[in-house]
Design a protein around this ligand. Sequence first.
Ligand SMILES: [Zn+2]
Length: 118
Amino acid sequence: MNTKIIEYIRKYYSWEIPGKTEAMQVFRAAYWPLNEKWPDLDVVAELKNTFSTDELIHKYSLWEDGFNSLAEAFYEEFKDTDKFNFCPSCGQIARSPTFERCEGCGCTWNLGNDDKNS
Ligand SMILES: [Zn+2]
């Protein structure tokens, strides 16, 4: 899988990758001061109390390391759906799920969702 597709998934669908919510809780526990406005404050506080900052950073890095294979599984599952917007001419992934011009070959297309908010 090419890096453009991995970046596309990271940008638009990372919240659909299993473990993202938990990974971001670990990330906040590692790097951010607790914020009382967080709806999951108790979970993040528990992580901070249970693990040292180094352990939290390590846990987060494991998730980052595994991201590519999770992204690949996501791609295999959804590559034929409208989550993935490929150029009909050259097959390159578009800049975003709603972008209608190819940055590779300059081809344009219509996704047919002009009447939707996108
Ligand atoms: Zn193209």
